[in-house]
Design a binder for this molecule. Structure first.
Ligand code: SF4
Length: 671
C-alpha cells in the first residue's frame, strides 16, 4: 500500500485581523489537513483562533468556487454553467471593450476592499488595469477611513505601542475594541499586565468578557466616545494635570484643542454618553496618575457620524497627559503605519483624474439616475452585498439586467450569486503574498503551501492576464510575485535591507524596529515632527469642525441603536459560509420587556431603510437602548435575507468619508 506524504509547511494568516499569526500547515498528499499556530512569530505563541483552525472548510467546502462559470439563470439565482478560463476571459474582455468603447472607461467600476489581502493581491496589478482603462476610481473607505484620517492628521504615519510592551504599562485603556474576538493575541499581554499590577479600563457599549474583568467599564452610548474623550482632555487641563512641557516641545495647536474641549465638563459628557460623571472623572485621574499608560484604540469608535473626531480626541489624550517617551506608554492604533511602501506606485503610473466613487455609496452609484451610469462592475477581494451599508440599494443595483458583473471569489458568496461571469480565486494557502501586520510590527513573505484548488487563480495572475488581453500591459513591468515584491519593497527608503531580510528569513521589521518607544525611537511623521492637535485640513473636512459633536440620530419612531460588531465566527463576511444557522438580534432585557418580546421570539428589526426578520436573544451584556446584529452576515442568516447592513445608513463619517454602521437607529417588534 502506498504511504501518504505528510509534510508541515510554514505560512502566515493574512485575514483581516491585527495579529498576522505564523502558521504550521499540515499537508497530506497535497491537501491541507490541519492549521495551527507556530512560534515563528512570538506574538502567535503557538496558538490561533478557531476561525482559521477551520479554514479547510472554506478551502475544500461545498461552497468553494472551483472553476470559471457563466451565468445561466436569473440574476442573483446563483445558477451558472462551467466555462474554461479562456472562454470566461474572452467574455470579460469583449464586454469591457464594448462598454468602454460605447460609454467610456468610467462606466467600469472596480469594487474591492482587501482587508484580508496582502500587497500582491490588493493594490498593484488591479490598479494597473483599471487606471489604464480609465475606469472610475473607488474610494476604499469601508473600514479604517476615519481612523486613518484622524491618526495620520495628528501624527502622520507613526506606529504605536507593540503588544509585547503592554505588560510594562500600569494602566491600559481598551477603547472601542473587543480583542477576545478580533485580535486574540493581545489578551495574554493584557492578562500579564494585570498580573504585574496594571489597571484595565474598557470603553464599550457592551459588557464584553474583557469589560467584566476590567477595573472600570464605561458602557457609553454608541457614537458618544467624542464627548467622553474631550471631557477627559478638559479635565486634565482644568486640574493642572496636562503636561504643558511635553505639549510645548512636541505639539502644535494645543490651544485650539483645549478651547474645543472646554465645552465638555464631566457632567455634560456623562449626560450625553449615558455614564456616571464620577466614572469619567475617576478614569481621568487614573490616567493622569499612571505611567506608563497605553490606549488601545479600536475601530468600533469610528463607525458613526462623530467617528473621526472621536478617534482624534482619544489619540490626543497621551499627548495632553504626557504619556509618551517610556516603553509601554502612548497608544496603539494601526501598526501598518510603520511602513512607507507604495504597492500602487510599484506597479503603475499615478491614477487618472477619473471620477471617484465612495464604496459606502455604491448602492447610490448603481441606482437609476446616477450619471454616467456604471455598466460594468468588477468585484474582487470583497463581498459587497454582505459588507456595504444600504444593502437594499446594493442588491437592487446588482440585480440590474444592464449591469455586467464579474466576480473573482473563493466561495459562492451572496454577491457572487449575482455574477455574470464568476472566476475562481485562490486562498492565501494557494498563492504568494506579501503582508504587513497592523497589530504586530512586521512584514511577511508568504509562499503557497498547496497547489490551487480546482482551477482557482490568484488575483495577480488574473489582472496580469487581463492587462495583456486588453492591450494595456507594457514590456518589462513587474508581474510575477517575486518581481512585484521587489518592486514594492523598492519604494521604501529602506528597501534594500528589507528585501534582503525577506529573502533571507521571510520576515522584516521596519527601520524603527518591532518594539519602538514612541517619542524615543519614532516621532510623528509630520513636516516638523510635532503632533498637530487640530490640523486645519481635518477642521475643514469635518462638517461640525474637528471635535464638533453631532447629536444622536435616534427618533421617536426608531429609538434603538443597532450596533454590528465582529464575532468569533467570521472576519467581517469572510468565513460565514460555514455558519448555517440563523443569527438572532441581541436586545437588552428592559427593551425586550417594554416591547413584549421574549427570548427566542420572532421579531422585525426595522427602520426607514429596511427590515430584518430574525429571532430575539435577550442579552444583558448590552446597555439599554442598544441592540446588536453581528457584521458581515449573509442572507441565509436571517429569515428574510436582509442583515444589519439593510438598516445601516449610507451617511459618512465626519473624517475620511467612512461608513456609519453604528448610526443605524431601529425599532424592534414581535412578529
Ligand atoms: S484571524 Fe487573526 S487570530 Fe486568527 S489565525 Fe488569523 S491572524 Fe491569527
Amino acid at each position: 500500500m502506498a504511504t501518504l506524504e505528510v509534510v508541515e509547511r510554514k505560512s502566515t494568516c493574512v485575514l483581516d485581523c491585527p495579529d498576522t499569526c505564523s502558521l504550521t500547515v499540515t499537508v497530506e498528499d497535497g491537501r491541507v489537513v490541519k492549521l495551527d499556530g507556530s512560534r515563528d512569530n512570538e506574538i502567535t505563541a503557538g496558538y490561533i483562533c478557531g476561525k482559521v483552525r477551520h479554514f479547510t472548510e472554506l478551502v475544500y467546502g461545498e461552497d468553494r468556487v472551483r472553476y470559471p462559470a457563466v451565468r445561466s439563470g436569473p440574476k442573483g439565482s446563483g445558477q451558472f454553467r462551467r466555462a474554461t478560463w479562456d472562454e470566461a476571459l474572452d467574455i470579460v474582455v469583449q464586454r469591457l471593450q464594448a462598454i468602454r468603447h460605447e460609454h467610456g472607461g468610467e462606466a467600469i467600476l472596480p469594487l474591492c476592499y482587501g482587508g484580508s489581502n496582502g500587497w500582491l493581491t490588493h493594490g498593484p496589478l488591479d490598479l494597473r488595469l483599471f487606471h489604464r482603462l480609465g475606469a472610475s476610481r473607488l474610494a476604499r473607505t469601508l473600514c479604517a477611513a476615519a481612523t486613518a484620517a484622524a491618526s495620520t492628521g495628528l501624527y502622520g504615519k507613526m506606529p504605536g505601542v507593540a503588544y509585547d510592551d503592554y505588560p510594562q504599562a500600569r494602566l491600559i485603556i481598551v477603547w472601542g475594541c473587543n480583542p477576545a474576538v478580533s485580535g486574540i493575541h493581545l489578551v495574554p499581554y493584557l492578562r500579564r499586565a494585570k498580573e504585574n499590577g496594571a489597571k484595565l479600563v474598557v470603553v464599550d457599549p457592551r459588557r464584553t468578557p474583557l469589560a467584566r474583568q476590567a477595573d472600570l467599564h464605561l458602557a457609553v452610548r454608541p457614537g458618544t466616545d467624542l464627548p467622553v474623550a474631550l471631557s477627559m482632555i478638559n479635565g486634565l487641563f482644568e486640574s493642572g494635570r496636562a503636561d504643558l512641557g511635553f505639549l510645548s516641545a512636541h505639539a502644535r495647536n494645543t490651544e485650539a484643542l483645549r478651547d474645543r474641549a472646554r465645552a465638555w465638563s464631566y457632567g455634560r459628557a456623562a449626560d450625553v454618553a449615558g455614564v456616571a460623571a464620577a466614572d469619567i472623572e475617576r478614569l481621568t485621574r487614573l490616567y493622569a496618575d499612571s505611567t506608563p499608560a497605553v490606549v488601545r484604540c479600536g475601530w468600533g469608535i469610528e463607525r458613526n457620524r462623530n467617528g473621526g473626531s472621536a478617534v482624534a480626541a482619544v489619540l490626543a489624550l497621551p499627548a495632553v497627559a504626557g504619556k509618551f517617551g517610556v516603553r509601554g506608554g502612548g497608544f496603539t492604533m494601526s501598526n501598518s503605519f510603520a511602513w512607507d511602501m507604495d504597492p500602487a506606485a510599484a506597479a503603475c503610473e499615478p491614477p487618472p483624474a477619473t471620477r471617484l466613487i465612495n464604496m459606502n455609496r455604491v448602492g447610490e452609484a448603481l441606482a437609476p439616475g446616477f450619471a454616467p451610469p456604471i455598466r460594468a462592475l468588477f468585484v474582487y477581494d470583497c463581498n459587497p452585498l454582505a459588507t456595504l451599508p444600504a444593502q437594499t440599494k446594493v442588491r437592487a443595483g446588482l440585480a440590474r439586467e444592464d449591469l455586467f458583473t464579474i466576480v473573482h471569489e473563493q466561495v459562492l458568496t451572496d454577491t457572487a450569486r449575482y455574477a455574470d461571469v464568476l472566476l475562481p480565486a485562490t486562498t492565501f494557502l494557494e498563492h504568494n503574498e506579501l503582508k504587513r501586520s497592523y497589530g504586530a510590527i512586521s512584514l511577511e513573505w508568504i509562499d503557497p503551501v498547496i497547489e490551487p484548488v480546482g482551477e482557482a487563480r490568484p488575483n495577480y495572475w488574473l489582472f496580469a492576464e487581463l492587462c495583456r488581453r486588453l492591450g494595456v500591459a507594457r514590456p518589462g513591468e513587474p508581474e510575477t510575485p517575486a518581481e512585484l515584491m521587489r518592486a514594492i519593497v523598492a519604494t521604501s527608503r529602506d528597501g534594500a535591507r528589507i528585501a534582503a531580510d525577506l529573502e533571507r528569513t521571510g520576515r522584516a521589521a521596519p527601520a524603527c524596529g518591532d518594539r519602538p518607544v514612541l517619542f524615543v525611537d519614532v516621532f510623528p511623521a509630520t513636516p516638523d515632527r510635532k503632533i498637530d492637535l487640530c490640523p486645519a485640513a481635518l477642521d475643514r473636512e469635518a462638517p461640525a469642525g474637528l471635535y464638533g459633536y453631532t447629536a444622536d440620530p435616534a427618533t421617536g419612531a426608531f429609538p434603538l441603536s443597532l450596533i454590528s460588531p465582529s464575532t468569533s465566527d467570521a472576519i467581517s463576511s469572510t468565513l460565514y459560509q460555514r455558519v448555517r444557522k440563523q443569527v438572532p438580534v441581541g436586545i437588552h432585557p428592559a427593551d425586550a420587556a417594554a416591547r413584549g418580546v421574549a427570548d427566542g421570539d420572532p421579531v422585525r428589526v426595522f427602520n426607514g431603510a429596511g427590515e430584518v426578520r430574525c429571532v430575539a436573544e435577550i442579552n444583558d451584556e448590552l446597555r439599554p437602548g442598544v441592540a446588536m446584529l453581528p457584521k458581515g452576515l449573509w442572507a441565509k442568516h436571517t429569515a428574510n435575507g436582509q442583515t444589519a447592513n439593510a438598516l445601516a445608513p449610507d451617511t459618512l463619517t465626519d473624517l475620511g468619508a467612512g461608513a456609519c454602521f453604528n448610526d443605524a437607529r431601529v425599532e424592534i417588534r414581535p412578529v
